[in-house]
Design a protein around this ligand. Structure first.
Ligand code: NAD
Length: 430
């Protein structure tokens, strides 16, 4: 059952989730730095529209189950709403509000012409058959179809959803538009129906572009640098591949089964093949096992947490030896740990920029769908590099100018862009 099930519809409990409250804290700190107009700040502290829908689904045993789904459209000052759809048994409205706010600030700091949104259904997708998941996706799409579209709101995959889910979403929406294909309504689709080349590796590649630039501004270089990577899924494994290709020594990686270490550097191409065959990094030849906790405190130049949130907190921040942390995952370093690391001179490239490669290439997919003209992979990678490094450089300049940490600077850059746009649109004449 959704956790907020017995909320009073007139209450503001949907604004009280921990994720959203945390985002508001950073927002207010950053707004103070850039002296954001209080009227604009008040508007940025609230979602524009929260949609809750009931989704009846005929299950394989012919019973009908009703699931609860959401779409929160947080802010559309900069362009159509954009954000993923999550299928997870913990999804509730306060969580979706928080995620939609984060998408707004991420799209803004990356300089994309997009607003922020997020969607979700409270369901355990691992308990659904393929037919049930398709039925759920089609009905959820119908329920929110008036609110989405290539010029309105463009969803994408998130936890528990994948390219197939997006294909069903696009098909259902297209049928409701008279049967004309509308690939621009979602991103993260299979390439055959309007997906973009380069989307699969985009987040990992973006992490490495950012890592290289973070090294550059700290007078270091990728070639020969020792790098430790937590998580070896989509983000972590591609980050390892691209760093290895640039001559870095990947000294440690981990996944849910634990970590492996080799001070001379792991052979990443062999590791990628090994993981394909064995399902995990465990017992990889020419490496010694280490715990996940030890991976985070390994002696190295750069640490790339690419697994889960909250991995570096007050209990281990003092022990981190890396000089640079690039946040491949969302929220891997807590706010309190960020302060400790900043005092120790550790440079953090924050998640909103570092893992922005995914949403940047999603933006490219939407552009290509609208143009019906598709780019080759090298073109996608080069355009990704241009956008992500421009965002990094803007935030780094603001960090230097205001003498603040990169996380606060990223939020400050984001708020500034939103404020300027809101003023130009005439909503808040000074
Ligand atoms: P994934 O499911 O492909 O991989 C997750 C990896 O983390 C797996 O290797 C898993 O074994 C490992 N892991 C799980 N628990 C762990 C633990 N306790 N210790 C160490 N490793 C552990 O997921 P992903 O797509 O690579 O996403 C990883 C993170 O990056 C998430 O925070 C996600 O929100 C974020 N992110 C992903 C994308 C994207 O495009 N995939 C974009 C932006 C942000």
């Amino acid at each position: 059952m959704p956790r907020h099930d017995n909320l009073n519809p007139h209450s503001e409990a949907h604004l009280n989730g921990p994720l959203f409250q945390n985002a508001l804290k950073t927002l207010r700190e950053a707004a103070a730095v850039v002296k954001c107009d209080p009227n604009i700040l008040e508007r940025l502290e609230r979602p524009r529209r929260c949609i809750t829908v009931s989704i009846p689904v005929r299950m394989d045993d012919q019973s009908v189950k009703v699931f609860t789904g959401y779409r929160v459209q947080y802010n559309a000052t900069l362009g159509p709403y954009k954000g993923g759809i999550r299928y997870h048994h913990n999804v509730d409205l306060p969580e979706v509000v928080g995620l939609a706010a984060l998408m707004t600030f991420k799209n803004s700091v990356l300089g994309l012409p997009l607003g922020g949104a997020k969607g979700g259904v409270c369901v355990d997708p691992t308990k659904l058959s393929r037919a049930e998941k398709q039925g759920l996706t089609r009905r959820y799409t119908s329920e929110i179809s008036h609110f989405v579209g290539p010029t309105k709101d463009i969803p994408a995959p998130d936890v528990g959803t994948d390219p197939q889910t997006m294909a069903w979403f696009m098909d259902t929406y297209s049928q409701e538009q008279g049967g004309y294909a509308q690939p621009g309504v979602v991103t993260g689709k299979p390439v055959e129906i309007g997906g973009s080349l380069g989307r699969n590796h985009a987040t990992g590649l973006g992490v490495i572009y950012v890592c290289e630039r973070a090294m550059e501004v700290n007078n270091m270089q990728m070639r020969g640098a020792r790098i430790a990577i937590q998580g070896f899924g989509n983000v972590g494994s591609f980050a390892a591949k691209f760093a290895y290709e640039r001559g870095a020594r990947i000294v440690a990686v981990s996944d849910v089964s634990g970590g492996i270490f080799n001070g001379d550097g792991l052979n990443v191409p062999e590791l990628l093949t090994y993981v394909k065959q064995n399902g995990s990094i465990k017992n990889f030849p020419n490496s010694q096992p280490i715990s996940n906790e030890d991976l985070l405190t390994v002696d190295c130049e750069a640490l790339l947490p690419c697994a889960l949130e909250g991995q570096i907190d007050t209990h281990n921040a003092e022990k981190v030896k890396a000089k640079i942390i690039v946040e491949g995952a969302n929220g891997p370093v807590t706010n309190s740990a960020t302060k400790i690391l900043a005092q120790r001179g550790v440079f953090i490239a924050p998640d909103v920029i570092a893992n922005g490669g995914g949403v940047i290439v999603s933006y490219f997919e939407w552009v290509q769908d609208i143009m019906s003209f598709f780019w080759d992979e090298a073109d996608v990678d080069a355009k990704l590099k241009g956008i992500i490094l421009k965002a990094f450089d803007n935030v780094y300049a603001l960090k230097k100018e205001k003498n603040i940490d990169m996380r606060t600077a990223a939020m400050a850059a984001s708020v500034s862009r939103l404020e300027k746009a809101m003023l130009l649109r005439g909503l808040y004449p000074r």
